[in-house]
Design a protein around this ligand. Structure first.
Ligand code: TYD
Length: 155
């Protein structure tokens, strides 16, 4: 499976009018393909910083740059891809067991992250060699993307 089939770009609905913009992320299988248990956001990072550098055993994420921009390098152990987050309407869905680096933050970047699980430091894999070893065992193989949600074109 190509790395491009292992993540998904989500386009959220926008309800802008003369008063400004309003973007909606409906969770639980509509826009966001999971129920959100945790929200965190990252700001004050800059173009010299690399964050992330980990994979998660169980957690699904959606990343949204609600202001500014950043880049995400996604790595499945054999392939990498880079996604630039630069619009409040754009989400990046990442299933478990993908290695991710977030970097090249603009000065005004606010990176909002929706997570399917509560925080558990034990489900983070922070050692890249360990990640590569885990990826070689079938039960830890990268999530196969079987989650379907309402706006999925293949649904
Ligand atoms: P870290 O995972 O290093 O952030 P990033 O993925 O952006 O590089 O997290 C930084 C610190 O915050 C670390 O001590 C763990 C803590 N933390 C929580 O307590 N809860 C959370 O939900 C997250 C994401 C981090």
């Amino acid at each position: 499976m190509s790395i491009k089939d292992q993540y998904r770009i989500i386009e959220f609905g926008e309800y802008g009018d003369e008063r400004g913009n309003l973007v909606v992320a409906e969770c639980g299988g509509i826009d966001v393909p999971f129920d959100v248990k945790r929200v965190f956001y990252i700001y004050g990072s800059d173009s010299t910083i690399v964050r992330g550098r980990h994979a998660n055993r169980r957690t699904h994420f959606v990343l949204i740059n609600v202001a500014g921009s950043s880049k995400v390098k996604i790595d499945n152990g054999t392939e990498t891809d880079i996604v630039e987050l630069n619009r409040p309407r754009m989400g990046l869905y990442l299933p478990p067991m993908l290695w991710k680096d977030m970097y090249d933050f603009s000065p005004d970047s606010v990176l909002l992250v929706l997570a399917s699980e509560h925080y558990d430091g034990n489900e983070y894999i922070r050692d890249y060699d360990e990640y590569l070893r885990m990826r070689q065992t079938p039960e830890q193989a990268v999530f196969s993307g079987k989650i379907r949600y309402c706006k999925d074109p293949d649904r």
